[in-house]
Design a protein around this ligand. Sequence first.
Ligand SMILES: Cc1cc2nc3c(=O)[nH]c(=O)nc-3n(C[C@H](O)[C@H](O)[C@H](O)COP(=O)(O)OP(=O)(O)OC[C@H]3O[C@@H](n4cnc5c(N)ncnc54)[C@H](O)[C@@H]3O)c2cc1C
Length: 395
Amino acid sequence: MSLLMLADERHCTGCCACVDSCSHNALSVYTAEDGHLYVAKDSKKCISCHKCKKVCPVMNGIEYSSNVVSHSQPYSVICTNDDLYAKSTSGGAFAAIATQFISDGGYVCGAVFDSNSVKHIVSNDLGDISRMQGSKYLQSSLEGAYKEISSLLKQGKKVLFCGMGCQGAAMYSYFSNNKNRNLLYIVDMICGGVPSSFLLGKYLENERRSKQVVGFRKKGKYTLLCKNQHDEIEDLSYNNLPLMGFFSGLTNRYSCGDCRFCGVERLSDITIGDLWEAAKTEKKQKSVAIVHTPKGDELLQNTQDITKRTTDWNFIRYNYRCVVGKTMNNYRLQRILLAWNFKHLSYKTLCGMYGCSSKNPIFILLKAYNCIYRKIVNVYIRIRLNNIIRHLSEK
Ligand SMILES: Cc1cc2nc3c(=O)[nH]c(=O)nc-3n(C[C@H](O)[C@H](O)[C@H](O)COP(=O)(O)OP(=O)(O)OC[C@H]3O[C@@H](n4cnc5c(N)ncnc54)[C@H](O)[C@@H]3O)c2cc1C
């Protein structure tokens, strides 16, 4: 009998570390009825070696993050290379660091569009950085990336990984006993959660003028960018299922609704995110880069195309997802009935239900209810934030 234990659907982050760890091909990735990636096991192939459990950041109980700071330091960062800056989501911290890393002989692992889905690739080609730039509001598949990184580390190559907190934790776990672990640099991101792939799938199925998504954001402006049938890129603004559904958080993975990989202190080398605090007063969008380790410090010091300044922890007031993982969305009806809704309801109903503007009185009422609900949850978030900020400023 197989004793293989995988994280269940409420806790699995879809990081795929277990899949890459299995040398008997007993594990495979599938898209479940809620549009998220999960892992299935083939009991006949499993030899109960428990490698999968050891690398799983949920099952191995790794303490990846905390809101108690002992050595992490936040910086406000802006990329001074205009081309790199323009294509980045915020201040271009990732592009500047990655460009330097490849120029110094290393490899970078980052998320790129693969038709209408997203996957991580590993590359030492500077031309691939522009494909990695930009936030893609879809889960990126890491299947195969761990094996590729493992082989590069074995050859003595340096590798820089950039992904979400749960993916950073998975990288950390996967390589914790690797003898070339010091060659791996982990940059994780502040993350508001990944939405169901059904949002974009339903959109493209019904809005026939768009055939392929190419972006979700232009700096501080959230907007869906799609290629039309003539291969022209159209700016479709934000009142659509992919973006409104993303903002609502109501289709996120269950693990995102109770994320245990956020916090001001992490086991990654650097955490990057949007510096919304600066966006309120300054023209240029900035990134925040929280340096956690001497390796993270080395990365930032070595990067030529950036200006950086130390900043205080106050930025988390404008970016609560850096520190608060619980959102209550897991207990909302739209989330609980997600699989059923996407199977049975019309596109128009789904749009109204997941946040697009609608003239239908039921959806106007639902939107008002959602607003009130969010305001109540925000009180809880504010209290949590104030406690965390008070604690940090005492340091
Ligand atoms: C789903 C999602 C939710 C986010 N939520 C927040 C948030 O709540 N608060 C916040 O401050 N920042 C959030 N971010 C990060 C933010 O949008 C910027 O990526 C960050 O500010 C870094 O900007 P940049 O200009 O340095 O780099 P960018 O040009 O944005 O590139 C950063 C990196 O993002 C990686 N990336 C892009 N999409 C994905 C993906 N789907 N999965 C894994 N990696 C990906 C790329 O590989 C690249 O390495 C989120 C990003 C994503 C993808």
